[in-house]
Design a protein around this ligand. Structure first.
Ligand code: SAH
Ligand code: SF4
Ligand code: F3S
Length: 566
Protein backbone atom coordinates (compact mmCIF):
# COMPACT_ATOMS: atom_id res chain seq x y z
CA UNK A 1 0.00 0.00 0.00
CA UNK A 2 2.76 2.43 1.02
CA UNK A 3 4.77 1.82 -2.16
CA UNK A 4 1.72 2.17 -4.38
CA UNK A 5 0.90 5.35 -2.60
CA UNK A 6 4.37 6.74 -3.33
CA UNK A 7 3.97 5.75 -6.98
CA UNK A 8 0.64 7.53 -7.24
CA UNK A 9 2.05 10.66 -5.64
CA UNK A 10 4.98 10.61 -8.05
CA UNK A 11 2.57 10.36 -10.93
CA UNK A 12 0.71 13.45 -9.81
CA UNK A 13 3.91 15.39 -9.27
CA UNK A 14 5.30 14.52 -12.64
CA UNK A 15 2.01 15.50 -14.22
CA UNK A 16 2.22 18.89 -12.62
CA UNK A 17 5.75 19.31 -13.89
CA UNK A 18 4.74 18.14 -17.36
CA UNK A 19 1.83 20.56 -17.22
CA UNK A 20 4.14 23.45 -16.47
CA UNK A 21 6.87 22.66 -18.98
CA UNK A 22 4.75 21.49 -21.82
CA UNK A 23 1.55 23.34 -21.62
CA UNK A 24 1.99 26.86 -20.34
CA UNK A 25 0.50 29.23 -22.84
CA UNK A 26 1.45 26.71 -25.46
CA UNK A 27 0.34 28.13 -28.81
CA UNK A 28 -0.05 25.61 -31.59
CA UNK A 29 0.03 26.87 -35.17
CA UNK A 30 -2.54 25.10 -37.30
CA UNK A 31 -3.03 24.83 -41.07
CA UNK A 32 -5.16 27.98 -40.92
CA UNK A 33 -2.05 30.06 -40.27
CA UNK A 34 0.36 28.04 -42.39
CA UNK A 35 -1.66 28.93 -45.48
CA UNK A 36 -1.31 32.59 -44.94
CA UNK A 37 2.26 33.24 -43.93
CA UNK A 38 2.25 36.86 -45.00
CA UNK A 39 -0.75 37.81 -42.90
CA UNK A 40 0.72 35.80 -40.04
CA UNK A 41 3.95 37.84 -40.23
CA UNK A 42 1.94 41.05 -40.15
CA UNK A 43 -0.01 39.86 -37.14
CA UNK A 44 3.22 38.84 -35.43
CA UNK A 45 4.71 42.29 -35.84
CA UNK A 46 1.88 43.76 -33.79
CA UNK A 47 1.24 40.67 -31.64
CA UNK A 48 3.03 38.91 -28.79
CA UNK A 49 6.81 38.82 -28.73
CA UNK A 50 9.02 35.75 -28.97
CA UNK A 51 9.14 35.57 -25.18
CA UNK A 52 5.45 34.74 -25.18
CA UNK A 53 6.27 31.41 -26.80
CA UNK A 54 8.95 30.49 -24.31
CA UNK A 55 7.72 27.93 -21.83
CA UNK A 56 7.68 29.30 -18.33
CA UNK A 57 5.94 29.38 -15.00
CA UNK A 58 2.23 30.21 -15.07
CA UNK A 59 2.55 32.79 -12.34
CA UNK A 60 5.24 34.67 -14.28
CA UNK A 61 2.91 35.38 -17.17
CA UNK A 62 1.72 38.97 -17.24
CA UNK A 63 -1.90 38.39 -18.07
CA UNK A 64 -2.78 41.92 -19.05
CA UNK A 65 0.41 43.33 -20.55
CA UNK A 66 -0.48 43.16 -24.21
CA UNK A 67 -4.23 43.54 -23.97
CA UNK A 68 -5.82 46.85 -24.65
CA UNK A 69 -8.63 46.47 -22.13
CA UNK A 70 -10.57 49.54 -23.08
CA UNK A 71 -10.60 48.97 -26.80
CA UNK A 72 -11.25 45.32 -27.56
CA UNK A 73 -14.90 45.63 -26.49
CA UNK A 74 -15.48 41.86 -26.65
CA UNK A 75 -18.32 40.08 -24.95
CA UNK A 76 -18.38 36.61 -23.40
CA UNK A 77 -21.09 34.03 -22.98
CA UNK A 78 -20.75 31.36 -20.26
CA UNK A 79 -22.17 27.87 -20.06
CA UNK A 80 -21.52 25.89 -16.89
CA UNK A 81 -21.65 22.10 -16.56
CA UNK A 82 -20.79 19.80 -13.64
CA UNK A 83 -20.59 20.42 -9.93
CA UNK A 84 -21.01 23.51 -7.74
CA UNK A 85 -17.26 24.08 -7.87
CA UNK A 86 -17.72 24.86 -11.55
CA UNK A 87 -20.38 27.46 -10.76
CA UNK A 88 -17.89 29.19 -8.48
CA UNK A 89 -15.09 28.82 -11.06
CA UNK A 90 -17.31 30.49 -13.67
CA UNK A 91 -17.66 33.45 -11.30
CA UNK A 92 -13.87 33.58 -10.84
CA UNK A 93 -13.27 33.42 -14.62
CA UNK A 94 -15.91 36.07 -15.21
CA UNK A 95 -14.33 38.35 -12.60
CA UNK A 96 -10.91 38.01 -14.31
CA UNK A 97 -12.33 38.69 -17.78
CA UNK A 98 -14.45 41.59 -16.57
CA UNK A 99 -11.30 43.25 -15.15
CA UNK A 100 -9.77 42.80 -18.59
CA UNK A 101 -12.41 44.72 -20.47
CA UNK A 102 -14.86 41.96 -21.42
CA UNK A 103 -18.60 42.42 -21.05
CA UNK A 104 -21.18 39.70 -20.52
CA UNK A 105 -23.41 38.57 -23.35
CA UNK A 106 -26.87 37.18 -22.71
CA UNK A 107 -26.82 34.91 -25.76
CA UNK A 108 -24.42 33.14 -28.11
CA UNK A 109 -25.57 35.13 -31.14
CA UNK A 110 -24.20 38.41 -29.79
CA UNK A 111 -21.08 36.95 -28.08
CA UNK A 112 -17.49 37.16 -29.33
CA UNK A 113 -16.32 34.43 -26.97
CA UNK A 114 -18.16 31.35 -25.70
CA UNK A 115 -16.71 29.73 -22.60
CA UNK A 116 -17.76 26.25 -21.56
CA UNK A 117 -16.95 25.39 -17.93
CA UNK A 118 -16.75 21.62 -18.30
CA UNK A 119 -16.99 18.39 -16.30
CA UNK A 120 -15.31 15.00 -16.85
CA UNK A 121 -16.75 13.00 -13.98
CA UNK A 122 -18.56 10.47 -16.19
CA UNK A 123 -18.45 9.74 -19.90
CA UNK A 124 -21.98 11.09 -20.26
CA UNK A 125 -20.88 14.50 -18.94
CA UNK A 126 -18.25 14.75 -21.67
CA UNK A 127 -20.54 13.45 -24.42
CA UNK A 128 -22.95 16.27 -23.68
CA UNK A 129 -20.14 18.83 -24.03
CA UNK A 130 -18.84 17.29 -27.29
CA UNK A 131 -22.35 17.66 -28.76
CA UNK A 132 -22.43 21.28 -27.70
CA UNK A 133 -18.97 21.85 -29.17
CA UNK A 134 -20.08 20.56 -32.55
CA UNK A 135 -22.97 22.99 -32.50
CA UNK A 136 -20.66 25.87 -31.51
CA UNK A 137 -18.24 24.96 -34.30
CA UNK A 138 -21.06 25.30 -36.82
CA UNK A 139 -21.92 28.75 -35.40
CA UNK A 140 -18.27 29.72 -35.67
CA UNK A 141 -18.21 28.78 -39.36
CA UNK A 142 -21.25 30.96 -40.04
CA UNK A 143 -19.76 33.86 -38.10
CA UNK A 144 -16.41 33.50 -39.88
CA UNK A 145 -18.20 33.83 -43.24
CA UNK A 146 -19.60 37.14 -42.00
CA UNK A 147 -16.08 38.08 -40.79
CA UNK A 148 -17.30 38.19 -37.20
CA UNK A 149 -15.01 37.42 -34.26
CA UNK A 150 -15.89 34.19 -32.46
CA UNK A 151 -13.72 32.18 -30.09
CA UNK A 152 -14.64 28.90 -28.41
CA UNK A 153 -13.01 28.29 -25.07
CA UNK A 154 -12.99 25.12 -22.95
CA UNK A 155 -12.38 25.65 -19.24
CA UNK A 156 -12.36 23.29 -16.28
CA UNK A 157 -12.00 19.56 -15.84
CA UNK A 158 -12.41 18.46 -19.47
CA UNK A 159 -9.72 20.97 -20.51
CA UNK A 160 -7.46 19.47 -17.87
CA UNK A 161 -8.24 15.86 -18.81
CA UNK A 162 -8.04 16.10 -22.59
CA UNK A 163 -5.47 18.88 -22.95
CA UNK A 164 -3.99 18.93 -26.46
CA UNK A 165 -6.63 16.49 -27.76
CA UNK A 166 -8.93 19.52 -27.80
CA UNK A 167 -6.56 21.75 -29.80
CA UNK A 168 -8.14 21.08 -33.19
CA UNK A 169 -11.63 21.80 -31.87
CA UNK A 170 -11.39 25.02 -29.88
CA UNK A 171 -9.48 28.31 -29.66
CA UNK A 172 -8.57 28.25 -25.99
CA UNK A 173 -8.06 25.41 -23.50
CA UNK A 174 -7.69 26.54 -19.90
CA UNK A 175 -7.44 24.22 -16.87
CA UNK A 176 -8.90 24.86 -13.37
CA UNK A 177 -5.72 26.47 -12.00
CA UNK A 178 -4.98 28.74 -14.98
CA UNK A 179 -7.92 31.16 -15.11
CA UNK A 180 -5.66 34.15 -14.42
CA UNK A 181 -4.02 33.39 -17.77
CA UNK A 182 -7.36 33.41 -19.60
CA UNK A 183 -7.24 37.00 -20.99
CA UNK A 184 -3.73 36.32 -22.26
CA UNK A 185 -4.75 33.04 -23.91
CA UNK A 186 -7.78 34.62 -25.61
CA UNK A 187 -5.65 37.49 -26.84
CA UNK A 188 -2.90 35.28 -28.24
CA UNK A 189 -5.32 32.94 -29.91
CA UNK A 190 -7.17 35.83 -31.52
CA UNK A 191 -3.98 37.54 -32.71
CA UNK A 192 -2.55 34.39 -34.25
CA UNK A 193 -5.71 32.66 -35.41
CA UNK A 194 -4.38 29.59 -33.58
CA UNK A 195 -5.29 27.59 -30.50
CA UNK A 196 -3.78 28.50 -27.12
CA UNK A 197 -3.61 26.36 -24.00
CA UNK A 198 -2.64 26.51 -20.33
CA UNK A 199 -3.42 23.44 -18.26
CA UNK A 200 -0.74 23.85 -15.61
CA UNK A 201 -1.90 22.57 -12.24
CA UNK A 202 -0.73 24.47 -9.20
CA UNK A 203 0.12 23.52 -5.64
CA UNK A 204 -1.01 26.90 -4.35
CA UNK A 205 -3.68 28.50 -6.52
CA UNK A 206 -6.92 29.05 -4.59
CA UNK A 207 -7.94 32.32 -6.29
CA UNK A 208 -7.96 33.86 -2.79
CA UNK A 209 -7.08 37.22 -4.40
CA UNK A 210 -9.91 37.13 -6.96
CA UNK A 211 -13.33 38.27 -5.80
CA UNK A 212 -15.76 36.18 -7.86
CA UNK A 213 -18.34 38.23 -9.73
CA UNK A 214 -21.48 36.55 -8.53
CA UNK A 215 -23.81 34.83 -10.93
CA UNK A 216 -25.24 32.72 -8.12
CA UNK A 217 -24.67 34.61 -4.92
CA UNK A 218 -24.27 31.84 -2.46
CA UNK A 219 -21.17 29.72 -2.79
CA UNK A 220 -17.67 30.44 -1.61
CA UNK A 221 -14.71 28.29 -2.47
CA UNK A 222 -12.76 27.12 0.59
CA UNK A 223 -10.77 24.16 -0.65
CA UNK A 224 -9.41 22.91 -3.96
CA UNK A 225 -8.14 19.60 -5.32
CA UNK A 226 -8.32 16.10 -3.90
CA UNK A 227 -5.61 13.73 -2.62
CA UNK A 228 -7.90 10.76 -2.01
CA UNK A 229 -7.51 8.92 -5.27
CA UNK A 230 -10.71 6.85 -5.00
CA UNK A 231 -10.09 4.21 -7.64
CA UNK A 232 -12.97 5.25 -9.94
CA UNK A 233 -12.53 9.00 -9.83
CA UNK A 234 -11.01 11.47 -12.28
CA UNK A 235 -11.14 14.50 -9.94
CA UNK A 236 -7.60 14.18 -8.48
CA UNK A 237 -6.32 14.25 -12.07
CA UNK A 238 -8.33 17.26 -13.13
CA UNK A 239 -8.23 19.34 -9.96
CA UNK A 240 -4.75 18.50 -8.67
CA UNK A 241 -3.45 18.41 -5.11
CA UNK A 242 -5.44 19.47 -2.07
CA UNK A 243 -4.97 23.06 -0.93
CA UNK A 244 -6.94 25.26 1.44
CA UNK A 245 -7.72 28.89 0.95
CA UNK A 246 -6.57 31.07 3.89
CA UNK A 247 -9.29 31.41 6.52
CA UNK A 248 -9.21 35.23 6.60
CA UNK A 249 -9.81 35.46 2.87
CA UNK A 250 -12.86 33.14 3.10
CA UNK A 251 -14.30 35.05 6.06
CA UNK A 252 -13.78 38.42 4.36
CA UNK A 253 -15.60 37.24 1.25
CA UNK A 254 -18.50 35.88 3.27
CA UNK A 255 -18.81 39.07 5.33
CA UNK A 256 -18.88 41.05 2.10
CA UNK A 257 -21.68 38.98 0.59
CA UNK A 258 -23.57 39.10 3.92
CA UNK A 259 -23.35 42.92 3.75
CA UNK A 260 -24.86 42.73 0.27
CA UNK A 261 -27.90 41.00 1.80
CA UNK A 262 -27.13 37.39 0.80
CA UNK A 263 -28.80 35.05 3.29
CA UNK A 264 -27.16 31.69 2.61
CA UNK A 265 -23.65 30.56 1.79
CA UNK A 266 -22.27 27.16 0.81
CA UNK A 267 -18.61 26.44 1.54
CA UNK A 268 -17.24 24.54 -1.41
CA UNK A 269 -14.51 22.02 -2.13
CA UNK A 270 -14.06 18.33 -2.96
CA UNK A 271 -13.51 17.11 0.64
CA UNK A 272 -14.24 20.57 1.99
CA UNK A 273 -14.06 19.20 5.56
CA UNK A 274 -10.43 18.16 5.04
CA UNK A 275 -9.76 21.91 5.22
CA UNK A 276 -6.47 22.84 6.89
CA UNK A 277 -5.29 26.44 6.84
CA UNK A 278 -1.60 26.40 7.58
CA UNK A 279 -1.04 29.95 6.30
CA UNK A 280 -1.32 31.70 9.64
CA UNK A 281 -0.05 28.94 11.97
CA UNK A 282 -1.91 27.83 15.08
CA UNK A 283 -5.13 25.87 15.00
CA UNK A 284 -6.94 24.69 18.05
CA UNK A 285 -8.28 21.37 16.81
CA UNK A 286 -6.54 18.03 16.91
CA UNK A 287 -5.91 16.35 13.59
CA UNK A 288 -7.47 12.97 13.36
CA UNK A 289 -9.77 11.24 10.94
CA UNK A 290 -13.15 9.86 12.11
CA UNK A 291 -12.78 6.54 13.93
CA UNK A 292 -12.63 3.57 11.50
CA UNK A 293 -11.52 5.75 8.59
CA UNK A 294 -8.13 5.91 6.93
CA UNK A 295 -6.49 7.77 4.07
CA UNK A 296 -4.16 6.40 1.43
CA UNK A 297 -1.91 9.41 1.98
CA UNK A 298 0.04 10.31 5.11
CA UNK A 299 -2.30 12.30 7.37
CA UNK A 300 -1.32 15.96 7.38
CA UNK A 301 -0.65 17.81 10.60
CA UNK A 302 -1.32 21.26 12.06
CA UNK A 303 -3.28 24.21 10.74
CA UNK A 304 -6.78 25.47 11.42
CA UNK A 305 -9.38 22.84 10.66
CA UNK A 306 -12.84 22.94 9.14
CA UNK A 307 -14.67 22.99 12.50
CA UNK A 308 -12.83 26.20 13.41
CA UNK A 309 -13.54 27.73 10.00
CA UNK A 310 -17.27 27.00 10.07
CA UNK A 311 -17.70 28.03 13.74
CA UNK A 312 -15.92 31.34 13.09
CA UNK A 313 -18.13 32.01 10.07
CA UNK A 314 -21.27 31.07 12.02
CA UNK A 315 -20.29 33.59 14.74
CA UNK A 316 -19.50 36.36 12.27
CA UNK A 317 -22.66 36.08 10.14
CA UNK A 318 -25.37 34.86 12.56
CA UNK A 319 -28.21 35.83 10.20
CA UNK A 320 -26.88 33.80 7.31
CA UNK A 321 -27.49 30.10 6.70
CA UNK A 322 -24.31 28.08 6.22
CA UNK A 323 -23.99 24.82 4.27
CA UNK A 324 -20.96 22.94 2.99
CA UNK A 325 -20.35 20.50 0.18
CA UNK A 326 -18.86 18.05 -0.64
CA UNK A 327 -17.49 16.61 2.58
CA UNK A 328 -15.74 13.25 2.93
CA UNK A 329 -16.93 10.92 5.74
CA UNK A 330 -13.36 10.55 7.02
CA UNK A 331 -13.25 14.13 8.35
CA UNK A 332 -16.10 14.36 10.86
CA UNK A 333 -14.38 14.90 14.22
CA UNK A 334 -16.66 15.61 17.20
CA UNK A 335 -15.69 19.31 17.07
CA UNK A 336 -17.41 19.55 13.69
CA UNK A 337 -20.50 17.55 14.68
CA UNK A 338 -20.92 19.70 17.82
CA UNK A 339 -20.49 22.89 15.79
CA UNK A 340 -23.36 21.72 13.54
CA UNK A 341 -25.46 21.00 16.62
CA UNK A 342 -24.69 24.23 18.50
CA UNK A 343 -24.93 26.92 15.82
CA UNK A 344 -28.52 27.60 14.70
CA UNK A 345 -27.26 29.05 11.41
CA UNK A 346 -25.27 25.93 10.42
CA UNK A 347 -27.83 23.84 8.56
CA UNK A 348 -28.77 20.51 10.05
CA UNK A 349 -27.94 18.74 6.86
CA UNK A 350 -24.87 16.71 5.92
CA UNK A 351 -23.92 15.23 2.59
CA UNK A 352 -22.19 11.98 3.54
CA UNK A 353 -21.27 10.18 0.31
CA UNK A 354 -21.24 6.43 0.94
CA UNK A 355 -20.77 5.22 -2.70
CA UNK A 356 -21.56 1.59 -1.76
CA UNK A 357 -22.92 -0.48 1.13
CA UNK A 358 -20.52 -3.38 0.57
CA UNK A 359 -17.19 -3.37 2.43
CA UNK A 360 -15.60 -5.36 -0.38
CA UNK A 361 -16.65 -2.82 -3.02
CA UNK A 362 -15.66 0.08 -0.73
CA UNK A 363 -12.22 -1.48 -0.44
CA UNK A 364 -11.94 -1.82 -4.24
CA UNK A 365 -13.05 1.80 -4.51
CA UNK A 366 -10.32 2.77 -2.00
CA UNK A 367 -12.78 4.78 0.05
CA UNK A 368 -10.88 4.14 3.31
CA UNK A 369 -13.84 2.81 5.36
CA UNK A 370 -16.05 -0.23 5.78
CA UNK A 371 -19.85 -0.44 5.78
CA UNK A 372 -19.69 -0.81 9.58
CA UNK A 373 -17.48 2.28 10.10
CA UNK A 374 -19.80 4.34 7.90
CA UNK A 375 -22.92 3.17 9.78
CA UNK A 376 -21.22 3.87 13.13
CA UNK A 377 -20.47 7.41 11.95
CA UNK A 378 -24.14 7.89 10.97
CA UNK A 379 -25.25 6.69 14.43
CA UNK A 380 -22.67 8.89 16.12
CA UNK A 381 -23.77 11.99 14.18
CA UNK A 382 -27.42 11.25 14.95
CA UNK A 383 -26.70 10.71 18.64
CA UNK A 384 -25.14 14.18 18.85
CA UNK A 385 -27.58 16.05 16.57
CA UNK A 386 -30.83 14.19 17.37
CA UNK A 387 -34.50 15.07 17.04
CA UNK A 388 -37.39 13.26 15.43
CA UNK A 389 -39.09 15.77 13.17
CA UNK A 390 -35.96 17.95 12.95
CA UNK A 391 -33.75 14.92 12.32
CA UNK A 392 -30.42 15.90 10.86
CA UNK A 393 -30.83 15.40 7.12
CA UNK A 394 -28.36 13.09 5.43
CA UNK A 395 -27.75 12.80 1.72
CA UNK A 396 -25.36 10.60 -0.20
CA UNK A 397 -23.80 9.62 -3.52
CA UNK A 398 -23.94 6.01 -4.76
CA UNK A 399 -22.33 4.26 -7.71
CA UNK A 400 -24.15 1.28 -9.26
CA UNK A 401 -22.23 -1.50 -10.99
CA UNK A 402 -18.66 -0.73 -9.98
CA UNK A 403 -15.98 -3.23 -11.10
CA UNK A 404 -16.62 -6.65 -9.54
CA UNK A 405 -19.90 -5.63 -7.87
CA UNK A 406 -22.02 -8.75 -7.34
CA UNK A 407 -25.77 -8.94 -6.76
CA UNK A 408 -25.07 -9.45 -3.03
CA UNK A 409 -22.91 -6.31 -2.97
CA UNK A 410 -25.72 -4.39 -4.65
CA UNK A 411 -28.24 -5.73 -2.09
CA UNK A 412 -25.91 -4.51 0.67
CA UNK A 413 -26.04 -1.02 -0.85
CA UNK A 414 -29.84 -1.16 -0.88
CA UNK A 415 -29.83 -2.36 2.73
CA UNK A 416 -27.48 0.47 3.77
CA UNK A 417 -29.88 2.94 2.15
CA UNK A 418 -32.81 1.42 4.04
CA UNK A 419 -30.91 1.55 7.33
CA UNK A 420 -29.78 5.16 7.01
CA UNK A 421 -32.82 6.61 5.19
CA UNK A 422 -31.39 9.50 3.25
CA UNK A 423 -33.27 12.70 2.52
CA UNK A 424 -31.60 12.71 -0.86
CA UNK A 425 -29.33 10.39 -2.84
CA UNK A 426 -27.44 11.06 -6.05
CA UNK A 427 -27.12 7.71 -7.83
CA UNK A 428 -24.86 7.10 -10.82
CA UNK A 429 -24.09 4.09 -13.03
CA UNK A 430 -20.34 3.42 -12.94
CA UNK A 431 -18.46 5.03 -15.82
CA UNK A 432 -14.88 3.96 -16.55
CA UNK A 433 -12.43 6.89 -16.60
CA UNK A 434 -8.95 6.73 -18.11
CA UNK A 435 -5.92 7.30 -15.82
CA UNK A 436 -7.78 6.08 -12.71
CA UNK A 437 -6.66 3.06 -10.70
CA UNK A 438 -9.82 1.18 -11.68
CA UNK A 439 -8.93 1.76 -15.34
CA UNK A 440 -5.46 0.28 -14.87
CA UNK A 441 -6.11 -2.46 -12.31
CA UNK A 442 -9.77 -3.50 -12.26
CA UNK A 443 -12.28 -4.95 -14.71
CA UNK A 444 -15.32 -2.95 -15.76
CA UNK A 445 -17.19 -6.26 -15.79
CA UNK A 446 -20.79 -5.42 -14.83
CA UNK A 447 -22.85 -5.48 -18.06
CA UNK A 448 -24.47 -2.18 -19.03
CA UNK A 449 -28.03 -3.49 -18.62
CA UNK A 450 -27.22 -4.77 -15.10
CA UNK A 451 -25.65 -1.39 -14.19
CA UNK A 452 -28.78 0.38 -15.46
CA UNK A 453 -31.13 -1.93 -13.56
CA UNK A 454 -29.17 -1.55 -10.30
CA UNK A 455 -29.00 2.21 -10.86
CA UNK A 456 -32.81 2.34 -11.17
CA UNK A 457 -33.21 0.19 -8.03
CA UNK A 458 -31.05 2.63 -6.06
CA UNK A 459 -33.12 5.56 -7.32
CA UNK A 460 -36.38 3.77 -6.40
CA UNK A 461 -35.12 3.09 -2.89
CA UNK A 462 -33.99 6.69 -2.42
CA UNK A 463 -37.40 7.99 -3.61
CA UNK A 464 -39.31 5.70 -1.23
CA UNK A 465 -37.23 6.84 1.76
CA UNK A 466 -37.32 10.51 0.78
CA UNK A 467 -41.12 10.39 0.41
CA UNK A 468 -41.47 8.86 3.87
CA UNK A 469 -39.16 11.47 5.42
CA UNK A 470 -40.86 14.35 3.63
CA UNK A 471 -44.33 13.14 4.70
CA UNK A 472 -43.03 13.45 8.27
CA UNK A 473 -42.90 17.23 7.72
CA UNK A 474 -46.68 17.44 7.13
CA UNK A 475 -48.38 19.65 9.77
CA UNK A 476 -44.94 20.81 10.94
CA UNK A 477 -43.67 24.38 10.75
CA UNK A 478 -40.50 24.82 8.72
CA UNK A 479 -38.23 27.85 8.32
CA UNK A 480 -37.97 28.47 4.58
CA UNK A 481 -35.54 30.80 2.83
CA UNK A 482 -37.30 32.22 -0.25
CA UNK A 483 -35.17 31.81 -3.38
CA UNK A 484 -37.21 32.46 -6.52
CA UNK A 485 -40.55 32.09 -8.33
CA UNK A 486 -41.81 28.54 -8.43
CA UNK A 487 -41.07 26.99 -11.84
CA UNK A 488 -44.68 25.79 -12.12
CA UNK A 489 -46.52 28.98 -11.21
CA UNK A 490 -45.71 32.66 -10.89
CA UNK A 491 -48.29 32.79 -8.11
CA UNK A 492 -46.01 30.69 -5.88
CA UNK A 493 -42.60 31.14 -4.27
CA UNK A 494 -39.95 28.41 -4.10
CA UNK A 495 -37.49 28.18 -1.23
CA UNK A 496 -35.64 25.63 0.91
CA UNK A 497 -35.94 24.49 4.49
CA UNK A 498 -32.96 23.91 6.77
CA UNK A 499 -32.63 20.32 5.51
CA UNK A 500 -32.35 21.63 1.94
CA UNK A 501 -35.73 20.30 0.80
CA UNK A 502 -37.52 22.49 -1.74
CA UNK A 503 -40.70 24.14 -0.36
CA UNK A 504 -43.44 25.76 -2.48
CA UNK A 505 -45.76 28.35 -0.94
CA UNK A 506 -48.29 30.86 -2.27
CA UNK A 507 -47.23 34.50 -2.71
CA UNK A 508 -49.24 36.39 -0.14
CA UNK A 509 -49.05 39.00 2.61
CA UNK A 510 -48.05 37.76 6.07
CA UNK A 511 -47.05 39.28 9.37
CA UNK A 512 -43.39 40.35 9.67
CA UNK A 513 -42.64 39.67 13.33
CA UNK A 514 -39.48 41.81 13.39
CA UNK A 515 -41.02 44.90 11.76
CA UNK A 516 -44.45 44.43 13.32
CA UNK A 517 -46.27 44.90 9.98
CA UNK A 518 -48.21 42.85 7.46
CA UNK A 519 -46.29 42.70 4.16
CA UNK A 520 -45.66 40.73 0.96
CA UNK A 521 -43.04 38.00 1.12
CA UNK A 522 -39.88 38.77 -0.86
CA UNK A 523 -36.88 36.81 -2.14
CA UNK A 524 -34.37 36.52 0.71
CA UNK A 525 -37.02 36.39 3.46
CA UNK A 526 -37.00 33.63 6.05
CA UNK A 527 -40.63 32.52 6.30
CA UNK A 528 -42.24 30.17 8.81
CA UNK A 529 -44.30 27.78 6.67
CA UNK A 530 -46.82 25.14 7.78
CA UNK A 531 -46.33 22.12 5.52
CA UNK A 532 -49.48 20.53 4.11
CA UNK A 533 -48.28 18.10 1.42
CA UNK A 534 -45.14 16.27 0.32
CA UNK A 535 -43.61 14.34 -2.56
CA UNK A 536 -40.18 12.66 -2.60
CA UNK A 537 -38.61 15.91 -3.85
CA UNK A 538 -40.82 18.80 -2.72
CA UNK A 539 -42.90 20.10 0.18
CA UNK A 540 -45.86 22.46 -0.11
CA UNK A 541 -47.22 24.68 2.61
CA UNK A 542 -48.81 27.93 3.78
CA UNK A 543 -46.81 30.88 5.02
CA UNK A 544 -47.45 31.82 8.64
CA UNK A 545 -45.15 34.78 9.29
CA UNK A 546 -41.87 36.33 8.19
CA UNK A 547 -39.26 35.22 10.66
CA UNK A 548 -35.45 35.05 11.04
CA UNK A 549 -32.90 32.42 12.06
CA UNK A 550 -32.65 33.98 15.53
CA UNK A 551 -36.39 34.36 16.16
CA UNK A 552 -37.01 30.84 14.90
CA UNK A 553 -34.33 29.40 17.10
CA UNK A 554 -35.54 31.24 20.22
CA UNK A 555 -39.06 29.88 19.64
CA UNK A 556 -37.78 26.34 19.09
CA UNK A 557 -35.68 26.58 22.27
CA UNK A 558 -38.76 27.73 24.22
CA UNK A 559 -40.79 24.82 22.74
CA UNK A 560 -38.07 22.36 23.73
CA UNK A 561 -38.03 23.70 27.31
CA UNK A 562 -41.88 23.50 27.50
CA UNK A 563 -41.90 19.94 26.16
CA UNK A 564 -39.19 19.00 28.62
CA UNK A 565 -40.94 20.47 31.69
CA UNK A 566 -44.43 19.13 30.83
N1 SAH B 1 -15.65 14.41 -3.32
C1 SAH B 1 -16.90 13.76 -3.28
C2 SAH B 1 -17.47 13.42 -4.63
C3 SAH B 1 -17.16 14.17 -5.83
S1 SAH B 1 -17.62 13.53 -7.39
C4 SAH B 1 -16.77 12.48 -2.48
O1 SAH B 1 -15.71 12.00 -2.22
O2 SAH B 1 -17.74 11.90 -2.16
C5 SAH B 1 -19.37 13.33 -7.22
C6 SAH B 1 -19.82 11.93 -7.32
O3 SAH B 1 -19.70 11.43 -8.63
C7 SAH B 1 -19.07 10.91 -6.48
O4 SAH B 1 -19.43 10.95 -5.15
C8 SAH B 1 -19.44 9.61 -7.14
O5 SAH B 1 -20.62 9.08 -6.59
C9 SAH B 1 -19.68 10.02 -8.59
N2 SAH B 1 -18.61 9.53 -9.45
C10 SAH B 1 -17.32 9.88 -9.45
N3 SAH B 1 -16.65 9.17 -10.38
C11 SAH B 1 -17.55 8.36 -10.98
C12 SAH B 1 -17.46 7.41 -12.02
N4 SAH B 1 -16.31 7.13 -12.61
N5 SAH B 1 -18.59 6.77 -12.39
C13 SAH B 1 -19.77 7.04 -11.78
N6 SAH B 1 -19.91 7.92 -10.81
C14 SAH B 1 -18.81 8.59 -10.40
FE1 SF4 C 1 -13.18 11.74 -6.20
FE2 SF4 C 1 -12.78 10.34 -4.00
FE3 SF4 C 1 -11.70 12.76 -4.27
FE4 SF4 C 1 -14.33 12.49 -3.94
S1 SF4 C 1 -12.74 11.92 -2.46
S2 SF4 C 1 -13.28 13.79 -5.41
S3 SF4 C 1 -14.77 10.63 -5.05
S4 SF4 C 1 -11.19 10.95 -5.45
FE1 F3S D 1 -16.97 17.43 -12.74
FE2 F3S D 1 -14.65 18.48 -12.21
FE3 F3S D 1 -16.69 18.91 -10.58
S1 F3S D 1 -15.00 16.47 -13.04
S2 F3S D 1 -17.83 17.02 -10.78
S3 F3S D 1 -16.53 19.58 -12.67
S4 F3S D 1 -14.57 18.68 -10.00
Amino acid sequence: MALRHVLKRTTIWSRIIVGRNFCNSNVKLTSKTKNDLESFKNKLSEGPSFSDFVQGNASSINTTASIDKEKHGKSVYFETYGCQMNVNDTEVAWSILNKNGYSKSIDIASANVVLLMTCSIREGAETKIWKRLNYLKSIKKLKRRKKENFQICILGCMAERLKKDLLDHVDVICGPDAYKDLPNLLHKSSMLGASAMNVALSLEETYADVTPLRLNESSVSAFAGCDNMCSYCIVPFTRGRERSRPMDSIINEIEQIADQGVKEVTLLGQNVNSYRDTSSGGGSYVTKTSSGFRTIYKPKKGGKRFAELISTIADRVPDMRIRFTSPHPKDFPDELIYAIKEYPNICKQIHLPAQSGSSKVLDDMRRGYTREAYLELVDHIRSIVPGIKTYIALSSDFIAGFCGETEEDHLETLSLMKLVKYNYSFCFPYSLRGKTRAYHRLNDDVPQEVKSRRHMELIDQFRKDALEINQGFINEEQLVLIECDSKRSELDWAGRNDQNVKVILPKQEVYDSEKGIQRNIEIGDFVAVKINSATSQTLKGDPIRISSIREWNNLKDAERINNYSS
